[in-house]
Design a binder for this molecule. Structure first.
Ligand code: TPP
Length: 598
């Protein structure tokens, strides 16, 4: 019995293919682009999606996965497309990143046709020649082992039976959206053009029936906060990274802060969400690792903290590496609003109520920061890079969207003062998972979005700025080809020290990531870019400003010295702390002096 006989001719004629439904669902969740690499098992999916969605080829699958992670950070949802097994398995690191950083990324993989399974061992499966049977599910199991929801879509079993593949696709993608977690979906290649039951999409993503706030008692929570606010003189909002996908809540919190003149600071992991030039913003705070006047205010003046959307389980980087110097972590007069509801509906409820509560505005004078300019004749290195970039950014209204790579560059980037980007994020990395090799795939997405924006509005002239060590750059430089193909602009600050410096603990060959004879300028010119080696702060400033105006790829090589004096403040402190923990007497004394002086 066919569908036609079961439900009638009209219903049968209206049935969409699974591929069409997938395109519709991806678009419904805001996906205009999908990052991927093709292959025979993905060919039908590509053919089905190509007309509606911009399929952006990546230089390999891991990069496609990382770009999809960046897309989730900026656009709210990320999409990655690969072929079966050989294509999907390289995405497991990106998937682990997405699990860790809370990113809704949909990893879509082609898969053998249902009719192919159990007939023969299929290429790309994990199949030594002594096997007695074929395994088809290794990728599903690998992604599942990361704690992700995984599914292989299924077709109709018998004529007339329902084909639910389209609906299943929607449900899994909706799950990623609701939980801010990645999902993995295999699509059998014979199902892409099969008819599936039509689905009726909700009116908008806010109506995907994930419910409203089911937690009660918000009036009491609000009343308690209001009482504490009334007793306080210098309250502070301390904001965590759970907020990064919730624009509405972000706006509510800022509206609340502005209305009552309450200053706010973020955790390290939430850096990039707010304009650090705003008068109420005290920047990203992380105990002794923070060197701003914002820190002095937080540690010496604040008398009440509203801690919003920070992590449930303490994460060492975010609490000053457990040095005991993170004052908010141990602050007594504090209200914790972690947020446990789907889409932070509980926090939205609380801030909506707080916004209309009867409190008078606080007196807050932004602390004045007096920073001496870095002498232009100084050699440029990690110790003065952030201060130099801050001077450039202070004079320039258009934001630099920073993409620091794991390594010394990552730690240095916490001293960057950032403006508000139209993308909603001005500092983007994977701060907790800490995977090297992500900055270029991330920057590709940022540069694409900046280009889209500047095409739409010529006044928007933001610039993607990567800061990367030579080891990290060499992990991923094949991705440069996509900047050339996309005709996008990027500035790369290439911190060359010829070694993997961060974490180096010996002189073994394994730490040598570069060769003294390597000429990075030849690489950049192959990609039609411009590059220069800068030695002084003055040189760097001039070159950076000139490159910011140029299109295509720009690279500034800085010859970084892997010595203590040239390290950034954050790393000097971390090293000192580690040495003091290891019992080195002078380090112990220096550390005590430093932290007792606080
Ligand atoms: C995928 C991955 N592999 C290894 C590491 C461990 N790791 C962290 S930093 C680092 C060295 C970074 O060297 P480089 O990029 O040259 O920057 P530098 O610290 O020298 O400035 C390594 C190997 C990691 N974080 N991610």
């Amino acid at each position: 019995m066919s569908y036609e006989m079961n439900f009638g001719k009209e219903y049968n004629e209206k049935l969409p293919s699974l591929g069409d439904t997938m395109a519709k669902v991806i678009q419904f969740f805001g996906g205009k682009h999908i990052y991927g690499v093709g292959g025979d098992f993905a060919a039908n999916i590509i053919a089905a999606l190509d007309k509606d969605i911009d399929i952006c080829p990546s230089s390999n699958e891991m990069h496609a996965g990382f770009s999809a992670c960046a897309q989730a950070e900026i656009d709210g949802m990320g999409f990655c497309l690969t072929t079966y097994m050989v294509g999907s398995l390289p995405c497991t690191s990106a998937a682990a990143l997405a699990v860790t950083e809370g990113l809704p990324v949909v990893f879509i993989s082609g898969a053998p046709a249902e009719s192919e399974v159990n007939q023969l061992a299929i290429h790309h499966t994990i199949h030594p020649n002594g096997s007695w049977k074929a395994e088809y599910d290794n990728a599903l199991e690998a992604f599942s082992a990361l704690g992700m929801r995984v599914e292989r879509l299924q077709g109709q079993r018998l004529a007339g039976h329902p084909n639910l593949a389209g609906q299943s696709f929607y449900q899994i993608v909706a799950e990623a959206y609701k939980n801010k977690q990645p999902v993995f979906i295999e699509v059998p290649r014979d199902q892409v053009f099969a008819k599936t039951q039509p689905i009726q999409l909700p009116s908008c993503v806010d109506n995907i029936c994930c419910g409203s706030n089911v937690l009660g008692g918000s009036e009491l929570v609000v009343a308690n906060i209001v009482t504490k606010l009334k007793q306080a003189q210098k309250p502070l909002l301390y904001i965590g990274d759970r907020l990064k996908h919730n624009t509405h809540l972000k706006q509510l919190i800022i509206a609340f802060a502005n209305k009552f003149n309450i200053p706010y600071a973020t955790t390290w992991f939430a850096k990039g969400l707010f304009d650090e030039y705003a008068s109420l913003c005290l920047g990203a705070y992380n105990g002794v690792f923070t060197q701003t006047v914002g820190r002095d205010y937080i540690e010496q003046e604040v008398d009440y903290v509203i801690d919003v959307a920070t992590s449930i389980f303490s994460q060492d980087c975010n609490i000053a590496f457990a040095t005991g110097t993170h004052k908010i972590e141990t602050f007594d007069n504090k209200t914790l609003l972690k947020g446990g509801s789907l889409l932070e509906k509980d926090l939205i409820d609380i801030f909506e109520k707080l916004l209309s509560s009867d409190i008078s505005a606080f007196e807050f004078e932004p602390p004045i920061e007096e920073i001496a300019p870095v002498p232009t004749s100084e050699e440029i290195d990690f110790n003065n890079l952030a201060a130099t970039l801050n001077e450039l950014q202070a004079d320039e209204q258009s934001p630099y969207v920073y993409l620091p790579e794991v390594g010394n560059s990552y730690f240095t980037s916490y001293s960057l003062k950032i403006r508000q980007s139209a993308l909603g994020r001005t500092w983007l990395t994977n701060p907790w998972y800490g995977a090297m090799g992500t900055a270029l795939p991330y920057a590709r997405v940022v540069a694409q979005r900046i280009k889209e924006q500047s095409l739409a509005d010529v006044n928007k002239q933001e610039r993607a700025v990567i800061i990367v060590g030579d080891g990290g750059f060499h992990f991923q430089l094949n991705e440069l080809i996509n900047f050339l193909k996309d005709q996008t602009d990027v500035t790369i600050i290439y911190m060359r020290n010829n070694i993997f410096h961060l974490g180096k603990s010996g002189d073994g060959k394994i730490y040598h990531c570069n060769d003294g004879d390597f000429n990075v300028h030849h690489i950049i010119s192959a990609y039609q870019g411009q590059s220069k080696t800068c030695t002084t702060v003055g040189d760097f400033k001039e070159c950076f400003t000139a490159f910011s105006q140029m299109s295509g790829i720009s690279l500034i090589e800085i010859l970084a010295e892997p010595v203590e004096e040239k390290q950034c403040h954050e790393l000097k402190l971390l090293n000192l702390y580690i040495k003091s923990k290891n019992g080195q007497a002078d380090a112990l004394m220096e550390w005590q002096e430093l932290t007792q002086a606080e």
